[in-house]
Ligand binder design. Structure first.
Ligand SMILES: [Zn+2]
Length: 81
């Protein structure tokens, strides 16, 4: 049986290596999303009962990872007082 691997076009890029993640079909409409880069440090994989749910989880994971790394863009030109 051949495993279907799709490009996750609506998914955010991997927060650890910047590569677009891959999508696998699992049990019917279920989908798994993970970074397929061998050099990537993460082994995180998210699954969902549908593509939409899997995408939501992946994108949430990406946002959380980016937040943890403290990559905030603070263009707050605070006024000196
Ligand atoms: Zn990666």
């Amino acid at each position: 049986m051949k495993t279907t691997v799709l490009a996750a076009v609506d998914a955010k890029p991997c927060p650890w290596c910047g590569q677009q993640p891959s999508v696998w079909s699992i049990s019917g409409p279920g989908r798994a999303i993970a970074c397929d880069n061998e050099d990537c440090m993460t082994t995180d994989i998210v699954t969902g009962s549908t593509m939409t749910r899997a995408l939501e989880r992946w994108n949430k994971l990406v946002v959380e990872a980016e937040t943890e790394r403290g990559g905030s863009h603070e263009n707050h030109a605070g006024s000196k007082g």
